[in-house]
Every structure is written in C-alpha cells, then in structure tokens.
Design a protein. Structure first.
Lengths: 173, 530, 362
C-alpha cells in the first residue's frame, strides 16, 4: 500500500509540474466573488479648469464644457473614411477621431506651459520631474518617454533635459 | 481550431482526400496524426496534457487487464485445489490491486482537470472566506491555460479505465489506438463523450469510400454549419446585448433573452455536434447521437435524457450508480428506511445521490457558482417532480387529458420555459444578479416594452430577425420530420434536382446569411472551454 | 451511363460556380456614387495600355495631376494608378502589374505613403485590392497589406467578405453588377468644387521621424524595378498642406533621391511657382487639389517631364489624337456637369460632398 501512496503522491506532484508549464491565460474564475466594474475614465486623463478629458471619450459633452474653440480644423480622410478634427484651446489642442458617426478623443497636445498634466508636469519641466511623477515604467523611443495605461499613452519629448512636448494619445490595443 | 473557420474546412477537406487515397490500414494512423495536428493548432503545450492522460490511462488499463488475465489463468490451473474461502481471498487481493491502479489513474487525471480548471475558482472562494473572516491575506491566482476539451477527453478516458476495471472489455494494447480514441479530433472540442467499446468498433476499422456515407456526412456538416453560423452566431448578438446590460434589460427582456438564449444554445450546440458526427460519418466512423429533439421533452427528466445525452449517461453510469451502491450510501439507505419508513425513507438516498450528481454536473460545466447553482436547480426540479408524482397521478386519474394534444403541448412548453429559466444562470455575471433578473420577470414584466425599436436596439436588424424566424421554422420542420425517420434518408429518395436544390440552398444560405467575417465576432462554441 | 453522370456533375458544378459568381458580383460594393475612389484601380484594365508616364501613389496623385491637360499641352500620354491611401507596397505591386501590360518612359511616385509602415485600414485595403485583376502581383499585394483580422481567402473570394451586404443592397448593386460607367480620366478623379484653406495645424512632434524599414524596403524595390526595366523614376511630394510633411521627412527623401540619382520634387516648396492659390484650387481646405489646381500642376510638371526626359509630343499621331479627343470630350462634359451641379445645389451632391453650411465648426 505504501508504494502506491508514494506513486500517487509523486504522480500528483508530476501533474502539478505538468500544469505548471501551461502558459499564461486569464484566470478562469475572473467574474467571480466581488468583482464589480465601475465606469471611471481609464488611463491617463487630462484635466483643465475642471473639465476631464479621457482618451476615447465621446467628444460632444467635453466640447460643451470647454466652450468655443479658438481655432478649428478638420481633415476629411480620403474616400469618406471618417473625419479628423482639431480644436485649439488656450494652452492645448484637442484632436478627435470618428467612428460610426460619433467623434471620440484621439489626443490632447500641449501648446504652452499654461497647462500641466494631472500629476503636475509642465512643458519645460525637467526629465527628473517626469520620472518623479510617473516612475520608470516608460518606453523610450529616441528622446520620447511614453507611459501607457488602459488605452491611453502619455508621452514626453525630452530635449536637453527639458520637456519640449507633452501629448496624451488614445491607443488601440 | 474552431469548427466555423476556413482553417477547419481546409483541414477536413484535405484530410478526406488523403484518408481515402492512402492504403486503408493506415487510415486510423492518419487520423491520429490529424487529431494531434488539430490539437497542436489550439496550442502546442496542450499536447502535453493529452499525452499525459493517454499514457497514464494506457498503463493503468493494461495493468488492470493483466491482473484480470493472471487471475483467470491462476484460477484455471490452481482453482481445483482451492477452497471457496481461498478463492474468495485470492480474488479479493487481485481486486484490491486493481483498485489501487484505478484509483491512481482517476486521482491523477481528475487531479489535472481539477488543477487546471478549478484551482482559481477554489482560490477565489478561499479569498472570499478570508475576507469574510477579516483576514488581510489573499492567495494569488494561478496562471494556467485550460487545455482545450480537457473535460471531454478526461471523461472519455476515465470511462474507459472504469470499464476495464469492471471487466467490461480488456484494455487496448496498442497505445496509439488509445491515443486516437482520446484525441479523435471531431469530438475533442465539445463531445459527444464516446465510450471506448462503442467508438472503437468503427474507429480503427478500414473504410472504403462509400458515396452514400460521404454524402450523408457532408449533408450533416452543412446542416451543422447552417445552424451554427447562420442562426446561433446571429442570435448571439441579441443575447449578449441583453445579458451584458442587466440594468437596461429587465422584465420582459429577460424573458426574451431566455428564449433567445434557448434558441442560440440549441443551434450552436447541436450544430457543433452535427459537424462532429458528419465529419466522422464522412470518414466512415459512427459517433453516437448526443441530442434527440430535446425541446420536445415533456418533463425535465426526459429533457435530460435527450439533451447532451452522452454526458447524462456518463454521470449515471460512473457517478450515480457507483454512488448509490457504495458502502456509506447503503448504510445511509438502511438508516433512513428505519427512521422514515418505506416511502420517503427509500427515496431519500436516491435524492441525496441526485443532488450530488447534479452538483458535480454543474461543476463540470464550469468553475463558478453560476454553474453549481444551475446544476442544483436542475436536481431540485427533478426531485420535486418525483415528490409530486402522487399529485400527478391523482390529476390524471381525475381528468383524462394525458393524451390530448394540448396537454402535451403544455408540457413541452412548460419544460422549455423551465429549462430556459434555469439556464440563465450560465449567462449572467453572478448568481445574485441572475436571481434578481429572473425576479424582474415577475415584478416588472411589461410586454409593452417589447416594441419594434427595442428589439432592433438589441443589435439585430429586421432582416436578421427574418432569417432567425425562417431558421426557426426550418429547425422545427426538420425536428418534426425526424420523428418518422432520418431526414437525409427521405431526401435520398428524392429526384436529383430536389437533392441538388437542398444542397444548393444550404450552401448559399451559409455563405450569404452566415454571421461570419469582419463585423461579426468569431464566437467560439459555447462548450469549447468545458 | 457513366458519361451521363459525368455530364450531370459538370453541369451542376458549372451552375453552382456561375451562380455564386453572380452573387459575388451582386454583393460587392460598386463604388459608383459617393465613395467612387474604390473604382479607381479597375478602370485601368479597359484602357489602351500605351502610356509615356505612369503615376503611382495615393490621393495626392489622383487629385493632383490631370492626364488630359498633360496631353493637351505636351502630347504626353499618362495614366494614374492611384487609390485612396494607397500604401507603398500596394503602389509597388500595382507598378509591377502595370509593367506586365506596358513599359512607360517615366514612373512618378508620390512619397507621402512613406509615412505608413503598416497596413492602416481594411476599407482602404479593399478599395485598392478588390479592383485588381487576379495575378501574382495581386496575391503578393494582398499578403503585404492584410491587417491582423483579415483573411487571405476573403480577398480571393470577396463573396466571403461582402456576403452580409445582402440586407443593404440597392438598385445600384443590380445595375452595375457587370458593367460600370467610366468615372475617371485616366485615373484622375475630377472635382470642381472649392473649399478654401483656413488654418492648417502644425505637425505634432514625433518620437521618431525616420521612415519605417518596410517603407524603405519597398521604395528600394521600386527603384530596382524601374532600373531593371529602364524606366526613369521620379519622386514627388504633392502640394497638399495636410497631412503635415515634416522637414525631417523632407531631408530623408532628398538624401534618398540624391543617393539613387533620382529626381525628387517637393511641390510644397513650389506652390507659388506652380501658381496654386489655396483659396481657389482645393476642394477640401488644403488636403486635395480641385480641377483648377490639378491643371496648374499638370502644366508645370508636364514641362519638367518633357524637358528632363525628352518625352515626344505625340499629338501628331492621328490614332492617338482621335483616342484622346474622345477622352477630352468626356473630361469637359464632366467638368460642365459638375459645375452645373454646383450651381444647382451649391455642392457636389453626387460625389458625397457636404453642403456648405455644415462645414463650419459645430
């Protein structure tokens, strides 16, 4: 009997090992005890004068809160595949994309240092300010430091230790 | 690989051609290769699991079978000189050796199934309990991929080892043949859960090209694709809209969702089984039926004898029966009869077994409380109807309606509604939500909400509803026609033009009306992950 | 008996295949009104294939040059093989295909497509590829262009892609099942309407200005292909103000042209020389030129082509003259009808343009 117990235990251990190399996937019980989805804007969010602008958010209500744009530009893509719109406000540009007839936020681009990110980084801040605010989870392409979170990308262009461009962008996974 | 994919069509097309052009004695080997290839496409690491199950089962079965043989040889040569008691003791010792092998094999393979499928469910519950006890510690989840079809092939092989243990048939001596039985690709994804003695009759045989078999098989495949791609995948859009937006869709919409899901699941599951059986048929292999017009059932018990038949019989043969004759259960039976008398006392052990079986059935369907509650409710309905039997008898004695068409129709509709309502537990996010939603059907049912706009808001257009309605009519007509024999046999007797038209209509409907391609999600067979 | 069975089988197969083909023709989008750009590629096949110049590229070629003007002013025969957001590998394979039909003296490629290193949108892929005739070039173009969720077989049998259009078929789909009227002028898409430029946003800073490897790879192959066939390749950047053309991109193109001994012309720098007036010569505020702009461009560029590559004036060929006379008549007729439509409605309704009042910011 003893021998068999050993076989069983060993086999069980082996099956554990076997299952250990099963690769990665979502846990099967994802929608079980205590998981409630609440609808807060996800990812990096730009805020100006109390207006919250999240990437991929519907543009219409945001425009209403922001009021009239200083400048407006629209670019129709070839063969009517959606309209790109750019609204210029004091300190930043709001870019939109179109899907099924509705406009969504595509990007926010800073124009001057009258606006800052929610975490307090301005144009002309130093690289250390960026790293202090966002940590080192960035990906770096040349001088551009990009942080990604839930369908949004926040990028800083750092030239001569000075942030010369800040943009929020909607990304699609 | 999904059944409803270009890859699968190409795969079986090529396989059919090669299968009938190579020497017949290699056919089953080709099938083994094809099955492993098929499985490889779903993720190479999965091959490890299925080989492990195959090998462990093979070894245990051969060992058990050898013991059977040694025993009969020993008894044949020494039996005369042994007393009765000696024989009995000898047999018992052999049996206990066999049992160890069986147990090792069962624990091992159900262990793998448990770990891959249920460990995260267990961890989630442990964490919940820890939280409830005020503890701050949490167990972290395992990152395990659920191997495709593991519930199905585990059940297949475990029925095989138990049958060998019971001496129903000797062990298969060729490990590759057992590997083919385990991995036979048409039924890898969603059953049926075949028995070894049944499937092996045609699986390892040599098959010559038989145009009748092949065309019957192809017809069945087409019919399966039609149900799956045209009807189920289309209906899925509306079902998803309803169950994913419980705040918006309540009351009458839950009712609609229930009916839509009943339609969708039926078309999807039976369509998949049609593709399985049809594919096997083209290869000359006979796979047993898994459905027998379940929506014509007059009671829940009957429904479960006609829906997912191979699963029901599996639980009956390998869980319910052994459980009922197990030592503790017999003791309990005796006790309950003493205390409660011959009526309820006799039935109570059966009920306990029933509850255990349905709990397990629910768990087998999915690692979540949704499925467990779903299983238990099924068990409860069956027990309640058994308890109410005297009432029914009284009713039928009083009113002679038993054979009237309308009463039977009432029974059928009642069964469909009951099953559909219980089935909602595997739709909604969690159990409390399901209860709440089912509740709204009674508390705030407003048929006026079901306006045309509301129905079109579910993601389907009028043309889609038209397709679904025509499809429903086709499903019902085929089922009605089936009662007097195979539809394909009837079709075979018709002139060429009629047969051709039938093929043509099916092919064009699938191509044109199929809910596939860009703009539709390639929805997996619902049973895929079970 | 056996012969009868074979015959039946053949007839059945033929019937099935042909009816499926008819279905496919019916269900494929026709691109004859509003989004006409999808018809650009297929019009080439019904042409006499004997051109001095072939243009390849995206909307910046099929909106910036008018072959009729090139003919009328210089006697140059030309064809534009362009389509909406035509990616560089699509341009390459279209060129490869074109060279099987004819051998032009000069090939002109618009370099805006260098900015795309990956396929962008299924709709654009379809507009370019569905119109191509079946050929090895087409198969290669499909392979190069497919997005992740696209399937090769759905390009071979477009029925598999467009089957779901059964519920949105219109009379147009039946009418243009097998034949379409001509919509373009040797690949030029005419627009006579005007929407002046107001503002154009500056280009946002990019992390990496270097064109992608894939883009360069196909540009190299294009250079190679032209060299093998003894064809002069000209690189141009059309004078569209948007999408923004970065200085960093300009430098790369200049360097590339110098390295390979190619002529490269950036028309953004020549707007005044060409005489383009962005208050009159564009129909969508600076993205695309309208017909007056395209004609100006053709007059300016035709002279360069003629002088640099000594292209012969072919107007004395009576056969060609007759052919181009017909083309010119069609050209002027369309111009007139577009002006008429403009006058009547205030915008080009038939081409899907928006009424003027909706152009303001809302």
């Amino acid at each position: 009997m003893k021998r068999f117990s050993i076989i069983i235990v060993l086999s069980l251990l082996m099956s554990l090992l076997l299952t250990g190399c099963g690769g990665s996937a979502q846990p099967a019980a994802g929608d079980n005890p205590g998981e409630a989805g609440d609808e807060k804007p996800a990812g990096y969010v730009f805020e100006t004068e109390g207006v919250v602008i999240a990437m991929h958010a519907e543009v219409e209500p945001i425009l209403q809160k922001l009021g009239e744009a200083m400048e407006y530009f629209e670019a129709e893509s070839c063969a009517f595949q959606g309209m790109e719109r750019v609204y210029t406000y004091s300190g930043f540009e709001l870019h939109t994309y179109e899907m099924d007839g509705t406009d969504y936020v595509a990007a926010v681009v800073f124009l001057d240092d009258s606006v800052s990110t929610k975490e307090g980084v301005y144009l002309f801040s130093g690289l250390e300010d960026v790293l202090a605010a966002y940590g080192d989870g960035y990906t770096k392409t040349n001088d551009m430091y990009s942080y990604e979170q839930d369908g949004s990308r926040l990028s800083f262009l750092v030239e001569n230790d000075e942030v010369t461009m800040i943009e929020y962008m909607a990304v699609t996974e | 690989m999904l059944f409803a994919s270009y890859g699968f069509i190409l795969f079986i097309g090529l396989l059919f051609i090669v299968y009938y052009s190579i020497p017949k004695k290699y056919q089953w080997q080709l099938l083994l290769g094809a099955s492993y290839l098929f499985y490889y496409f779903s993720g190479p690491e999965n091959l490890l699991y299925i080989s492990f199950t195959t090998l462990s089962t093979y070894a245990a079965a051969v060992k058990i079978s050898d013991m059977h043989r040694v025993q009969s040889q020993y008894l044949a040569s020494h039996g005369d000189g042994m007393s009765r008691e000696e024989k009995k003791a000898y047999k018992a010792s052999v049996k206990s050796g066999q049992r160890r092998w069986l147990l090792a094999c069962l624990i091992l393979n159900f262990g793998v199934l448990a770990i891959t499928k249920y460990s995260n469910f267990a961890i989630a519950n442990i964490n919940w309990a820890l939280g409830a006890l005020g503890s701050g510690t949490r167990v972290s989840f395992l990152q395990l991929a659920l191997p495709m079809g593991i519930s199905f092939y585990t059940f297949k092989t475990m029925s095989y080892i138990i049958d060998v243990y019971r001496g129903k048939y000797p062990a298969e001596r060729n490990p590759f043949k057992l590997a083919l039985f385990t991995s036979f690709f048409p039924q890898l994804v969603q059953g049926p859960i075949s028995r070894f003695d049944n499937l092996s009759r045609t699986l390892f045989e040599q098959h010559s090209f038989d145009s009748r078999n092949v065309s019957r098989g192809l017809q069945r495949i087409l019919w399966g694709f039609f149900k799956k791609v045209v009807l189920a995948d289309r209906m899925l859009v509306a079902v998803n809209t309803i169950i994913r937006n419980p705040d918006t869709y309540q009351g009458a919409f839950v009712f609609i969702g229930m009916l839509f899901y009943a339609y969708q699941l039926y078309a999807d599951f039976t369509g998949g089984i049609d593709i399985t059986i049809g594919t096997a048929e083209v290869l000359g292999i006979k796979v047993e039926e898994n459905f027998k017009r379940p929506y014509f059932s007059k009671s829940t018990a009957e429904y479960w004898r006609r829906w997912h038949i191979t699963m029901g019989t599996w639980f009956k043969d390998y869980l319910f029966y052994p459980l009922s004759v197990s030592g503790p259960m017999l003791k309990f039976s005796k006790y309950s009869r003493q205390k409660l008398g011959d009526g309820l006392g006799k039935r109570l052990p059966v009920y306990v077994s029933t509850i255990i079986v349905w709990f397990t059935t629910g768990l087998w369907h999915g690692a979540s409380w949704n499925f467990i509650v779903w299983g238990l409710l099924n068990g409860a309905v069956i027990i309640i109807s058994m308890e109410c039997q005297p009432l029914y008898d009284w009713f039928h004695g009083r009113f002679n309606v038993k054979d009237s068409f309308w009463f039977r129709l009432f029974q059928v509709v009642r069964t469909i509604l009951l099953m559909s309502a219980i089935r909602m537990f595997d739709c909604y996010r969690d159990v409390p939500l399901t209860f709440r939603m089912l509740g709204t059907m009674f508390t705030r049912f407003d048929a006026g909400e079901l306006s045309l706009e509301a129905l079109l808001g579910l993601g389907l257009g009028l043309p889609d509803y038209a397709v679904l309605l025509l499809g429903l009519m086709a499903l019902v007509s085929v089922s009605l026609a089936q009662r007097s024999g195979s539809v394909r046999d009837k079709l075979a007797g018709k002139p060429f033009v009629v047969r051709y038209a039938a093929y043509y209509v099916l092919i064009v409907s699938i191509l044109v009306f199929g809910a596939y391609g860009i703009g539709y999600d390639a929805s997996q067979f619902i049973y895929n992950q079970f | 008996m056996a012969r009868k069975r074979i015959l039946t089988a053949l007839i059945t197969i033929a019937l099935t295949a042909s009816s499926l083909y008819i279905l496919e023709r019916l269900l494929m989008p026709k691109y004859v009104s509003a989004i006409v750009e999808g018809s650009l590629v297929e019009e080439y096949y019904s042409e006499d294939k004997n051109h001095d110049v072939i243009f390849i590229g995206d909307c910046e070629v099929y909106e910036s040059f008018s072959p009729i003007t090139l003919w009328e002013h210089y006697g140059i025969t030309s064809y534009i093989r362009g389509s909406a957001q035509q990616l560089i590998w699509q341009s390459y394979y279209l060129l490869e295909e074109t060279l099987k039909y004819e051998k032009p003296e000069v090939v002109v490629f618009n370099v805006l497509a260098m900015k795309y290193d990956q396929p962008q949108k299924e709709t654009y892929n379809r507009m370019t590829l569905d119109g191509m005739r079946m050929s090895l070039s087409k198969l290669k173009a499909i392979r190069a262009s497919m997005m992740e969720d696209e399937k090769f077989v759905e390009y071979i049998f477009p029925l598999l892609r467009y089957h779901s259009r059964w519920s949105v078929l219109t009379a147009e789909d039946f009418r243009y099942m097998f034949r379409k009227d001509k919509l373009f002028h040797n690949g030029y898409y005419m627009r006579v309407d005007v929407r002046p430029v107001q503002t154009v946003p500056k280009g946002r800073k990019l992390a990496d200005y270097r064109f992608g490897e894939r883009a360069y790879y196909y540009l190299d192959r294009m250079v190679e292909l032209c060299k093998e066939n003894d064809i002069e390749l000209v690189l141009i950047k059309a004078p569209s103000l948007y999408p923004y053309w970065y200085d960093e991109w300009e430098v790369q193109m200049e360097e590339y042209a110098a390295k390979h001994g190619l002529l490269y012309i950036n028309f953004l720098e020549l707007i005044d020389e060409v005489g383009i007036d962005f208050s009159k010569d564009t129909y969508d505020a600076g993205l695309h030129l309208n017909v007056t702009g395209a004609e100006k461009m053709s007059i300016y560029f035709g002279k360069i082509l003629r002088d640099t590559y000594r292209l012969k004036d072919r107007r004395d060929d009576p056969e060609l003259s007759r052919l181009w006379q017909q083309k010119a008549e069609f050209y002027y007729a369309m111009k007139e009808s577009q002006y008429r439509e403009l006058e009547e409605y205030g915008y080009l309704k038939s081409l899907g343009a928006r009424p003027p009042e909706s152009t303001a910011a809302d």
